[in-house]
Design a protein. Structure first.
Length: 103
């Protein structure tokens, strides 16, 4: 995944207890939200929060309204400090960035 690629939430992310509202089960009961679509705006190496190992972190700019603020859903300290940050396992690739060919 590179900057400019379009992504959505993966099955692993939707299985997290803080992200259930965007999952298929919530959508079947009409309390869910549509699956968000976003664009990768930044890549860096580190960790989200205090626990875990250093790995690739993706900053996402969501196109869909009412998307999650971070990998912990929409509430809490982690989403104010680490807003828009997700790990690779939280994201599912949709399409590549369109690049113009130079003549």
């Amino acid at each position: 995944m590179k900057v400019g690629d379009m992504v959505t939430l993966s099955r692993a992310c939707l299985n997290r207890d803080t992200m259930w509202i965007w999952g298929e089960d919530a959508n079947e009961t009409t309390v869910g939200k549509p699956k968000p679509i976003g664009i990768i705006t930044e890549l860096r190496h580190g960790k989200i929060g205090w626990i875990g190992k250093d790995q690739q972190i993706y900053k996402i700019k969501w196109i869909t309204s009412d998307a999650p603020k971070g990998r912990e859903g929409n509430h809490g300290y982690m989403n104010t400090e680490f807003a828009g940050l997700f790990y690779r396992r939280d994201l599912k690739f949709i399409s590549k960035r369109k690049v113009k060919k130079s003549a």
